[in-house]
Design a protein around this ligand. Structure first.
Ligand SMILES: [Zn+2]
Length: 394
């Protein structure tokens, strides 16, 4: 059934959409993000997105307060792990094929500056990193690069200058007002300049299945595929000069599907009618069906019924979703712990998130509730010498 969205399509601005799935989250009490949204499909272009009642300001506020990309041990984008270095070196190679070494490049959403480092190794000298997190920017500056902390909506030619290339990698899926962001990016590029866009590849969610609804979290509100990137480019006065798909290793067992494209800025923005494809919708429906049939949901039923004391290890998106959509909230949860210091002290489901060290004094089964780091968490638990029974939801 076609109905009207609160939020217009991030690609084509149409409000005509088809409802696909209702998502709910149990977010930390202080989070400015909405506790629910609908996954919808645009009737005009086939884009999949979260029809959320939030505003761009809510998301800006959230990323200023809760950045998880600044931790040098765990964050991706910093180029700290061997796999992350390979990924960033490959990205730098793709860019280098279309640029000369004297071109100036800005990386928007640069995290700790791993891509700048990879570009610098190739001989690029005019490199700038921009990120909403001041902590990340401090790391970027310590690595010897120019960097400043800003959100996209505050950028303009006067404070950033104009550049030959902009990289925006794994950012646009988080942006509420994509049209404004694209307008800003275009205004910072020289004529003929290049915009490198990389986002999760929503057409491959099903083949890169992790845990139920893994790819629908409170942060990721736009679900692109290659067709959506084509429409995005042409609507904002760009032509696509290269594109490709890849899988990014995120843990010992899991790869994350991504799609990227290089846009070249055209002299004028011509009127462009987006083209429709339902490939992405069909892929997403398959992914929703797979998630709804996941056997992990039965395990939660068991703990909810037997009342055993449960310690949840992991307070991220996965836990937030399970608490809102399954009987996990009915389990006898005596503590929630997480290694992420940004989360410690926040309240989730009225329970404070604490450091794992508190478990020394506590008995109960540790339920590992993390989508991708279950193996890593098991090692952490062993290293801490805890003797608790362990069960895994991830
Ligand atoms: Zn659309």
């Amino acid at each position: 059934m076609v109905s009207n969205a609160n939020r217009p399509c991030p690609i084509c601005a149409s409000r005509e959409m088809v409802f696909l799935y209702q998502m709910n989250f149990e977010l930390p009490a202080s989070s400015p993000l909405p506790r629910q949204y609908q996954i919808v499909s645009c009737q005009s272009c086939g884009m999949i997105y979260a029809d959320s009642s939030a505003t761009q300001q809510d998301y800006d506020h959230y990323y200023e307060q809760f950045s998880k990309y600044e931790d040098t041990k765990t964050a991706s984008g910093g180029g700290y792990s061997a796999a992350d270095q390979v990924r960033l070196a490959n990205m730098a190679d793709v860019l280098a094929a279309y640029l000369t070494k004297t071109d100036s490049i800005i990386d928007i959403g640069c995290a700790n500056g791993g891509l700048l480092e990879a570009l610098s190794k190739l001989g690029f000298k005019h490199l700038t990193g921009i990120d909403p997190s001041p902590v990340s920017i401090k790391h970027v500056q310590e690595r010897g690069f120019c960097g400043f902390s800003s959100k996209i909506s505050d950028l303009n030619k006067e404070n950033v200058g104009s550049h030959q290339a902009i990289v925006i990698s794994h950012v646009l899926e988080h942006v509420f007002d994509v049209a404004s962001a694209m307008y800003t990016l275009s205004s910072l590029l020289n004529q003929g300049g290049v915009l490198y866009v990389e986002v999760p590849n929503a057409s491959n969610y099903s083949s890169n299945y992790v845990v139920p609804y893994y790819y629908f979290d409170a942060e990721h509100i736009n679900h692109f595929d290659s067709h959506a990137l084509d429409n995005l480019a042409r609507r904002h006065g760009f032509e696509v000069i290269a594109k490709g798909e890849k899988n990014i290793p995120v843990s010992s067992a899991i790869e994350y599907p991504a799609v990227y494209a290089l846009f070249r800025k055209l002299p004028t923005v011509a009127n462009f009618e987006v083209s429709y494809s339902d490939d992405l919708k069909l892929g997403i429906l398959k992914y929703i069906a797979k998630s709804s049939q996941d056997g992990r949901l039965e395990k939660i039923e068991r703990y909810a019924t037997n009342g055993e004391a449960v310690i949840l290890w992991g307070a991220g998106s996965y836990t937030q979703r399970l608490l809102a959509t399954t009987r996990l909230a009915e389990c006898n949860i005596i503590a929630i712990v997480d290694n992420d210091r940004n989360k410690q002290g926040l309240l989730i489901h009225s329970i404070p998130i604490q450091s794992p060290s508190v478990l020394r004094e506590m008995e109960g089964v540790i339920l590992i509730s993390a989508a991708i780091y279950a193996e890593e968490i098991k090692k952490d638990i062993a290293a801490l010498g805890f003797q608790h029974k362990i069960d895994v939801l991830g």
